[in-house]
Design a protein around this ligand. Sequence first.
Ligand code: G6P
Length: 615
Amino acid sequence: MCGIVGYIGSREAYPIIIKGLKRLEYRGYDSAGIALYDDGTIKLSKTKGKVEDLESKVQNEISTHGTLGIGHTRWATHGIPNDTNSHPHYSNSGDLVIIHNGIIENYESLKNELEKRGYSFKSDTDTEVLINLIEEIKKNSKVKLGKAVQIALNQVVGAYAIAVFDKNKPNEIVVARLGSPLAIGIGEDEYFIASDATPFIEYTNNAIYLEDEEMAVVRRHKKIKIRKIKDDSLVSPYIQELQLNLEQIEKGGFDHFMLKEIYEQPHAIRDTYRGRLLSDQAIIKMAGVEDNMKTFLNANRIIIVACGTSWHAGLVAEYIFENLVRIPVEVEYASEFRYRNPVINNNDVVIAISQSGETADTLAAIKLAKASGAFVFGVCNVVGSSIARETDAGAYTHAGPEIGVASTKAFTTQITVLTLIALRLARAKGTLTSSDYRKHLIELEMIPEKVEHTLSSDSLVKSIADIYKSAQNFLYLGRNYNFPVALEGALKLKEISYIHAEGYPAAEMKHGPIALIDENMPIVVIATKKGHYEKVVSNIEEIKARKGKIIGIVTEGDTSVKNLADHVIEVPETLECLVPLLTTIPLQLLSYHIAVMLDKNVDQPRNLAKSVTVE
Ligand code: G6P
């Protein structure tokens, strides 16, 4: 993970880098650091803690002048979060300085080798090994910095996005990537470097995304040259015009990004189906699906790979695809799939789901599936991300930037895209009658309005949060389409309030979790109409008999659960396969309010990161 930022141009680099690091804090926030070049010296300051802490430290430590600089916000891999392990790292001579996002797997053997040659190390990081390897090569082979970086990277096993500069060459920053993202913003005679485009969006809309195994020497007043790290061949740079705008990455009056993103869902879902769902013509248009219709229809099965919340969206999709399209679906944690020698063949369609499009395990699962001959379809939010580029075809969710670490609108828009795909395939395959198909389109189109309506239960949810905020454990139960929603609700609560929570299929409760139930245990039961409603009501009776506290998520007008539960939160009625888009909303709000009441850092929960680019 980690976020990296760099600047070279004619403005003061410091404010650009600090602001950029704050935007990248979603990638990691256990320490932060900055190195600026000014008047023949490198001025470096770094600290355990957040970018704010870095700002205070910088005031007492260094002058902030300089038109070239690099900055880093860390999510620790090698070495605990402390001042010394924070980036940037110097080389032994003090001439070179580096920031790094990724892992150098063979750092121990490289370190031993360098120690034999007299190098010493201050930190426990793999990154300090890399900068000294670069220094050693530069000295020994008498090559320029760019070349030394290239030779070093050819000796390295692992993943990286790096930015390096040399105080004796203050007009260039060398950058490279393998497995971790790196974008270069192109301004008027100035360049910005960052893990994603958010740090430079107010300065330029033009960016180059480095591909894996590419590097560039970013020089003042010069055009960018990109080379392949392996064979030194030149690559013609592809400059993309960014669609992002500043408003999308600011809080817009909300206290937290998470709340803003929860409230953005009606709009985000509309953006997801805009231009794709044409209900008046009873058409779904998705180029990635259309172009590969045969492959989809001939698939023996669909394998969905993902991590975290995206995996939960995959589970919802399993129900949707099997019900509507009658294709068998398997949903796999990407991290397990990639290492368990799975049986994949060329009649399998693999769908990879990822908000960031950068999750290392999902990316590796895709590569494995492709190598086995499967067709891989990506569902990503971040345009131009690694997964979007690695897959054979795909569909973006168009949710807009998601900054809160706890994923919300990404989840509902992923389900929306997957529903559109399933409906399109169902129509082509004839597994839905044309009137059912139309019904689904009309109902899907009404979902944003119904999400809006569900959001009006916010103050009720807040009052329930107040009652249960001190609970030690929570249980979330649901059946059928609502089972993955239960998992997602529990994950949300764990992530941001640090309360232990488990999601279970409601009927499984009696095989274990029922032992936990007493009068102190809040149990969120998703009991919407249809979806084996009566059976869920029986489960609620079982909880009631054991004095558990019941928070029911029910369909508007429900009376049975109302009579049994301690609290009910209503959601509008909809088709069964669309229910998760509504039942998820109160669970997001519940976790949000509990975390705020417990004074937790909602947008940056401890130990987590938004984009997990390490395995
Ligand atoms: C991290 C994030 C989660 C996310 C998961 C998968 O753990 O904190 O919110 O669901 O990664 O990320 P992806 O970007 O692949 O959806």
